[in-house]
Design a protein around this ligand. Structure first.
Ligand SMILES: *[C@@H]1O[C@H](CO)[C@@H](O)[C@H](O)[C@H]1NC(C)=O
Length: 231
C-alpha cells in the first residue's frame, strides 16, 4: 500500500493481490482510516479486489461464475462481479476511510469521484506477451498490471479536465492521427482547436498552458517540498 499527494488531494493507492494473505492482520478500529482524510482510492489487483471489472470484459467475463449468484448473495443480494459472497478487503478499506465502495473502471458512466478500482479477477502482474514467452496463457483476462496502470493514466488525464480522446493530438496543427505534420506545423496558417484547455499537446512538440500548469502544480505541491529547501 502506498500513499501519495496528488495536487492537493490525498490519495490512497492500493495493490491488493494474493500476497496480502501473508500479512499478519492487526486488530483495528473499523473507522480508523477516517482521520487520514483520503479523498479517493485507486486500487490495482486481481480477484481479491475486483469489484466488477472481469464480468464486464466481453466475451469471456460475463460467462464466468462470478457474474451470477451465489456470488454476492450475503451482502449485496445480487452479483456485483466480486469473487466472494459479500464484501472484499478493498470494500472494508473504503468503508473505514468513510468513502463509498469503489466502482470498477469498466462500468460505463460510473461515479469515480472517490476513486477507481482497476483490479481484474485473474489478472497477472506480467503482461500477456511476457507470459506467452513462458508458454503461460491467461484464459480469463489480458488486463495485467501494466494494462491497469495504463487505465489509471487515462483516468488521471480525464480527471484533470483533458479530453481522453485527444491526449495524443496537437491542438494547433493538421494532418495524420496526431494532428501533426512536420512539413506543416502550427502557425497562423493552420487550424487551432476550439478549447486548448482540453488538450495536453499544443503543437505536437510543446505542451499547452493547461498541461504546464498541472505539471507545475504537481512540482510545487508534491515534489519541491520533499527537497526540504523551502519550508
Ligand atoms: C488476450 O489477447 C489475445 C491476443 O490479442 C487474444 O487472442 C485473447 O483472446 C485475449 N484473451 C482474453 C481472455 O481476452
Amino acid at each position: 500500500m502506498a500513499f501519495s499527494h496528488l495536487a492537493s488531494s490525498l490519495v490512497l493507492l492500493t495493490l491488493t493481490s494474493s500476497s496480502l494473505f501473508f500479512l499478519q492482520p492487526h486488530p483495528t478500529n473499523a473507522d480508523s482510516l477516517i482521520t487520514c482524510n483520503f479523498d479517493r482510492i485507486y486500487n490495482f489487483g486481481d480477484s481479491l479486489s475486483d469489484t466488477g471489472n472481469l464480468i464486464r470484459e466481453k466475451p469471456i467475463g460475463p460467462t464466468t461464475a462470478y457474474a451470477r449468484l451465489p456470488y454476492g448473495e450475503t451482502f449485496f443480494k445480487h452479483t456485483t462481479g466480486r469473487c466472494s459472497n459479500g464484501r472484499l478487503m478493498i470494500d472494508f478499506i473504503a468503508q473505514a476511510s468513510g468513502l463509498p465502495f469503489l466502482n470498477p473502471y469498466l462500468e460505463k458512466d460510473a461515479d469515480f469521484k472517490h476513486g477507481v478500482n482497476f483490479a481484474v479477477a485473474a489478472a497477472a502482474a506480467l503482461t500477456t506477451e511476457d507470459l506467452a514467452k513462458m508458454n503461460v496463457i491467461d484464459t480469463l483476462t489480458n488486463s495485467s498490471l501494466a494494462v491497469q496502470l495504463d487505465w489509471m493514466s487515462k483516468q488521471c488525464i480525464i480527471e484533470r479536465g483533458f479530453d481522453g480522446e485527444t491526449t495524443q493530438k496537437a491542438c494547433c496543427g493538421i494532418g495524420g492521427d496526431y494532428n501533426f505534420d512536420v512539413t506543416n506545423m502550427c502557425s497562423s496558417e493552420v487550424p487551432v482547436c476550439p478549447d486548448p484547455n482540453r488538450f495536453i499537446s499544443w503543437d505536437g512538440i510543446h505542451l499547452t498552458e493547461a498541461a504546464y500548469k498541472r505539471m507545475a502544480e504537481w512540482l510545487i505541491v508534491d515534489v519541491v517540498p520533499k527537497l526540504q529547501c523551502c519550508n
